[in-house]
Design a protein around this ligand. Sequence first.
Ligand code: NAD
Length: 450
Amino acid sequence: MKRGRSALANGNVVRSAVRSGRVPSAFKSGTPARVHHNPFDDVLEQIDRAAAVLHPDADALEPLRHPRRQVIVSVPVLMDNGRLRVFDGYRVIYDNSRGPGKGGIRYHPDVNLDDCTALAAWMAWKCAIVDIPFGGAKGGVACDPLSLSDGELERITRRYISEIFDLIGPTVDIPAPDVGTNSRVMAWVMDTFSMKKGYVEPGVVTGKPIALGGSGGRLEATGRGLLFVTRETLRRVGRDLADSSVAVQGFGNVGSNAARLLHAAGAKVVAVSDVGGAIYDPRGRGLDMPRVLAYHRETGQLRGFPGTQHLDNDALLRLPVDVLLPAAMEGQITGENASELQARIIVEGANGPTTPDADEILSRRGVLIVPDILANAGGVVVSYFEWVQDRYGYFWKEAEVNERLEEKMVAAFDAVWSTKEKFEVDARTAAYILAVDRIIEARSLRGLYA
Ligand code: NAD
């Protein structure tokens, strides 16, 4: 480490570009057709969808179509082989009218400015929907964490945080884990920021280990939020968890916790899957989730769990269940399989599991989709609680965290549902309307500074 620090201290920054409030040229209207899909186009489409219902003042809407700040930094790092490599790092604040930026740090080879911008916008929507006092942000480093040693990962993190040091902080922009990062990385973020400040500042980042000011209940928060949202959805259609069957795709943090908690709350979780396929209880009585979890822990797989039928992942999606909960990855429910799904309710645990063409087909068929920006917001809600506790210097019992999470998720669900009924739109459009409306309201109350 010592060797690395001294080598990097000699001004090896190759590039540091800060662009404030400007949309990259590739995003501007009139740009020739692009070969690659730019997720920022989806953001603009969502804003338009909300605006078509809300009819906001054009001057109030326009700023929302532009990210507040986009930063690209060079991250020079001494690798274990003694060579220096320069990685690209990014941090985008899409909006901070309702509070400091909030959003994850992603380590993945494909991290780029366009994706960070779109992801930052979606964080802004999400924070507005669950009504927490944050704007939306996202960032990351284009690297492959699986091919890096712990030392390399630590040096990348420390240099990246040093480069964006002036742009983050508990009242400015608060990072969190995302794809490729975890609580270990967040501990380095907290340490780097604190060492540069000269005092301990746990509130600069969430998703930390409990020993460094992390919150009880954070790990399972997304799964727990999904439980509350599923329960509320069923209530609205006159059903109950206890008389409902559920299939869960994905058995990682989100899927396994959602399946465990739904089972504990009385639902019949009849099928779960991981990347190796699904297990299904054809009798329909529901899997014994504590035993499934123990089996998965011991064997590292779901396949072979006694008394179950093995299915492939696509077959899980088509099962005759009341609720389908995709919690694996994006783009699973597509134009090709949407017409064959039998579930009447889809609760999106993963980000973007339903493609737009599938959305249309399902909507026509009257399938109720609870959108990801509402359904999987439990994680960011407990991140907010972590930040509150860190700033307070006083930590709640886990039961208190869970109770407050329930309150927030139910309130957000109610707000989306009443927006859906008021404007007679689907739940996804209602979520965008609610988010855009709340952000525009905050912006117009603040007015235009200078
Ligand atoms: P994870 O890596 O812990 O788990 C992913 C799971 O999906 C694994 O069990 C994997 O085997 C399974 N999987 C992968 N491909 C699959 C396929 N084709 N079919 C079935 N299963 C497959 O990830 P996670 O943290 O649980 O996140 C899952 C999704 O939820 C992602 O879209 C993520 O962005 C989103 N999300 C996560 C959180 C969070 O707090 N972890 C919060 C909001 C949204």
